[in-house]
Design a protein around this ligand. Sequence first.
Ligand code: 13P
Length: 247
Amino acid sequence: TGKFFVGGNWKCNGTKESITKLVSDLNSATLEPDVDVVVAPPFVYIDQVKSTLTDRVEVSAQNSWISKGGAFTGEISVEQLKDLGVKWVILGHSERRHIIGEDDQFIGKKAAYALSEGLGVIACIGELLEEREAGKTFDVCFQQLKAYADAVPSWDNIVIAYEPVWAIGTGKVATPQQAQDVHVAVRDWLKKNVSAEVASKTRIIYGGSVNGGNCAELAKQEDIDGFLVGGASLKGPEFATIVNSVT
Ligand code: 13P
């Protein structure tokens, strides 16, 4: 469905020096033309990345504030991100949900505000290990989806990232079938609760221990429309391999 989409979530990693190297590796990489490629540096390096990275690759933030800027110590506004040329924002990442404590409603508000200001939103969902083991994977994902659906005015500029929490940073990638099953369920949910059109055109990407070795099998699945990559996105050549796994 749609153009293959690969995002690199650099999380809270990197230095001016390591990011200079990563950008230079990305600038010299051969990237399949028919893939949307986005990287999400830490806020403090966005300006450096924007001014040195090829326009072929777009830049995302890893978070944004829920409304216009002002007296919100430590926050970064959507307007500031746009001022730096940022086109996307990752919202609802499991690390923000489970380590920092953001809830569905707060995330929904952030998504609605970012979209209203013209940013694309990479909207993350995904279950914990204990939720999967209790057979609650679909329930958890649907509840997170509903919070986005209740808040956003349109799905035009949203990519859904399914990231099972047990697969993030653990080296335990979901099997292609496990990922495919959830992606199909997400698409069915969109069809029933939003519209058939949104269900068929919204890209659903997979994240969680994706690397250069496992991306090709995952990319073959009919409903996997791309990836959100953590650790492996810090290595330019491996990230390029993942971008080029489009089938
Ligand atoms: P890893 O690829 O390091 O498992 O991280 C996935 C992720 O959380 C991307 O947002």
